[in-house]
Ligand binder design. Structure first.
Ligand code: DX5
Ligand code: ZN
Length: 212
């Protein structure tokens, strides 16, 4: 299992220290939620902030673009130091081309689906994907309630993809309490914002998820 704490819930004013503390706590991935105020109602940070932090952190940067027309920014996020770049299928009319371009730029390519989007959106891009992100809330905010239909979506995704192994990441409302059921259903990467950053020391929190 890979845990990817979402920096949306971290202390953004102390990002450098937060990244150091996460690394010291044994965390390997961090999740960056990029929002543009169009694809989702909220606005967060962009390539500039990520690029500044790239110079200060060796963590794997798992960048989740919740933006319209992400094709315009693929190069900018590569230059900023994203390791994995995930675009929303709903925002990409030429998804196969977008995923191919992300890989050509040297990043891992992820595609995200909102809770209401059919899984078949990804059926014909299996070979172009390094990860599928299944949203377990409607994107835009941290701290929302987990949608239980997610379990069924993960299981169906596994059936749909059969032999083709595409790691599934779950994002939204993930806690140590539902982590085991998510892993049992077939998820491999768990994003956690508000539950991870709940005031507990990070090493302890990491163990709570890993021991679930
Ligand atoms: C939601 C974001 C999530 C969010 C998760 O739009 O994509 O990554 O930070 O936060 P929690 O874990 O609080 O639901
Ligand atoms: Zn996210």
């Amino acid at each position: 299992m890979i845990l990817s704490p979402s920096l949306l819930s971290a202390d953004i004013g102390r990002l450098e220290q937060e990244l150091q503390a996460l690394e010291q706590a044994g965390v390997r991935w961090v999740h960056w939620d990029v929002m543009d105020g169009h694809f989702v109602p909220n606005i967060t940070f962009g390539q500039h902030v990520i690029g500044m932090m790239r110079k200060r952190s060796r963590l794997f940067f798992d960048v989740h673009l919740m933006i319209e027309d992400p094709d315009r920014y693929l190069g900018a996020f590569r230059d900023a130091g994203a390791d994995m770049l995930t675009v929303h299928a709903e925002a990409c009319p030429h998804l196969q081309r977008t995923l191919t371009e992300i890989r050509r730029l040297g990043m891992k390519a992820g595609a995200a689906l909102n809770p209401a989007t059919p899984l078949s959106f990804l059926e014909y891009v299996a070979d172009d994907l390094d990860m599928a992100l299944l949203m377990s809330v409607n994107p835009g905010f941290g701290g929302q309630k987990f949608l239980p239909i997610t379990y069924e979506r993960i299981r169906r995704f596994r059936v749909l993809f059969g032999e083709r192994h595409v790691p599934v990441e779950i994002d939204g409302g993930v806690t140590p309490e539902n982590a085991l059921d998510l892993l049992d259903a077939g998820a491999e990467i768990l994003v956690s914002g508000s539950s991870f950053f709940n005031g507990t020391p990070y090493a302890e929190r990491r163990l709570a998820f890993e021991k679930c």
